[in-house]
Design a protein around this ligand. Structure first.
Ligand SMILES: Cc1cc2nc3c(=O)[nH]c(=O)nc-3n(C[C@H](O)[C@H](O)[C@H](O)COP(=O)(O)O)c2cc1C
Length: 488
């Protein structure tokens, strides 16, 4: 079984040469700005470990930029180290085929029990919670976190990544978009006239963050899913409210979301690149137990203009899951899927198909828009022929501009699942948004007469390369231009 301790993971990233340490930065927009510069200017962006944070004891750390490279994504998912984005998507699909969930294992002890505070002794300000963006309405301890809730009807424990703002020593707010599992659980508890029990882990094995940030299925336990990926059960401790938490977590809070108390939540710089959901009243969580390891590490993934801190790994996982969903929906001959990091892995999806019959392209697009990984906050689906690489945005735009005639090849689907984060939807209409399907495949009826593509025969290019050798650079064609956050 792969280790489930964040600190082992950090050591492995250091061994890869992808960890950078910064001592002495401030929690107040400084470590955030260092992260932003590293994200935009370094290839691949390194993982950043901040220590000796201004105003806080040394050892109380923040880890940011966890999964923003192919090698760190591969390390976390247990895949081969030298795969590029396409290779990772295929390897992940392969792995998912044999994935059997493994239920977590209840243990008596774990490093998370090293420090404990209860009720009035709790002080959430003791952690160097960053202010991430200049116009944020507060400090957010939860970005790469796991918020665990229980379905009161079935007992199912969900784990989701939802942002968490600190309001005072014992008070947090959790922003959950409509339709997300944690909100459904909260609604059920509130409807029964009960507060909603909740446990949040603010630092944990990056795999637990990565699965919490995906929709792995309604009713599916993310802890079991993560155990299946690890090849063994995740060690958990029983919580006071019937919700367990990882024994190797760094910081854990237990408490309840109260149905009768709110605070102003937000604004917060969001994953679309805007402060779109603004500030509004949000129910608060009253913390009644706080646990943390010695020298705790906050794991972070502050959203922002994509590609961001979390879009690379999520793009890999989402592309694999969407591809599988298309096949499960009976869409044949899918040649590639990319849920693009440049659009936060949610708002632009490209599917390549080998066209087999009339309507094949539209079928692929509609299946994508209906599947659980493609339904939320989506906007554009582009379907291309198999000669177009869905990862290559230049090729995709070429296909759109030459094979997609707006009058007949663009369809609009209305009133789909959106939410408060959608910047183009005005406040009074938030909740719904439309989708555009761009059929950029060669028109079925005259595909065989469609103008031929201007290109050299591969054999001719190979002969020329053999003759002109090193003057022409590395074999295999032009290396793609590096795109921010996309990695290799
Ligand atoms: C860094 C990060 C922050 C996120 N913040 C939120 C958030 O504040 N609210 C929300 O509803 N979803 C947020 N998401 C998206 C959810 O994690 C995602 O939709 C996930 O599937 C939710 O879990 P669920 O499907 O079990 O509800 C965030 C994702 C990431 C990667």
């Amino acid at each position: 079984m792969q280790d489930e301790d964040l600190r082992t993971w950090i050591q492995a990233v250091d061994d890869l040469g992808e960890l950078e340490r910064f001592d002495g930065a401030s929690w107040d927009l400084e470590l955030a700005a260092i992260s932003e510069i590293a994200l935009r200017e370094r290839r691949p962006p390194p993982a950043l470990l901040f220590d000796h944070i201004v105003d806080y004891p040394s050892g109380f750390r923040v880890l940011n930029g966890l999964l923003n490279s192919p090698r760190r994504t591969a390390l976390t998912l247990g895949l081969g180290a030298d795969l590029d984005s396409r290779g990772l998507v295929q390897a992940w699909r392969q792995r998912l085929r044999s994935l059997e969930p493994i239920a977590p294992r209840l243990v008596e002890r774990g490093p998370i029990l090293e420090n404990e505070q209860r009720t009035a002794a709790i002080d959430l300000w003791q952690f160097p919670t960053p202010k991430w963006h200049e116009e944020d309405g507060g400090r957010y301890l939860g970005t790469a976190c796991a918020v665990m809730t229980r379905d009161p009807d079935t007992g199912w424990i969900n784990s989701g990544t939802y942002r968490v703002q600190v309001h005072d020593e014992r008070t947090l707010s959790i922003f959950i978009s409509p339709g997300k599992h944690g909100l459904i659980h909260r609604q059920k508890h509130f409807s029964a006239g009960q507060p909603c029990p909740v446990v949040i882990s603010f630092g944990q094995d990056p795999l637990l963050f990565l699965v919490a940030a995906q929709s792995v299925g309604y009713g599916v336990s993310e802890l079991g899913y993560a155990g299946g990926i690890k090849g063994g059960p995740i060690a958990i401790l029983a919580g006071d409210h019937g919700i367990p938490f990882p024994a190797h977590a760094e910081i854990v809070v237990e408490g309840v979301i109260l149905p009768d108390e709110t605070r102003t939540e937000g604004p917060f710089g969001e994953s679309t690149g805007y402060y779109a959901s603004g500030a509004r009243d949000e129910y608060v969580m009253r913390v009644d137990r706080l646990l943390y390891r010695d020298d705790p590490i906050i794991t972070a993934a502050p959203p922002g203009r994509p590609p961001g801190e979390n879009t690379y790994a999520l793009s890999i996982c989402r592309s694999a899951l969407v591809w599988d969903a298309l096949e499960q929906a009976g869409v044949p001959d899918v040649a590639g899927v990319c849920c693009h990091p440049v659009a936060g892995s949610r708002m632009l999806h490209v599917v390549a198909i080998r066209q087999r019959y009339p309507g094949h392209a539209k079928q692929a697009a509609l299946a994508l828009l209906g599947c659980s990984q493609g339904a939320y906050l989506s906007r554009y689906v582009v379907v291309v022929d198999e000669d177009i690489d869905p990862y290559d945005l230049e090729a995709v735009i070429w296909a759109v501009t030459t094979r997609c005639e707006p009058e007949g090849d663009i369809d609009i689907v209305r009133r789909m699942w959106s939410g408060p984060l959608d910047p183009i939807v005005p406040p009074e209409h938030k909740g719904f948004s439309s989708r555009a399907i761009l059929d950029a495949t060669r028109p079925w009826e005259w595909r065989d007469q469609f103008p031929r593509v201007v290109a050299f025969r591969p054999e001719h290019l190979a002969e020329v390369r053999a003759r002109w050798g090193s003057r022409l650079g590395p074999p295999g064609g032009a290396a793609p231009l590096p795109r921010p956050g996309v990695g290799a």
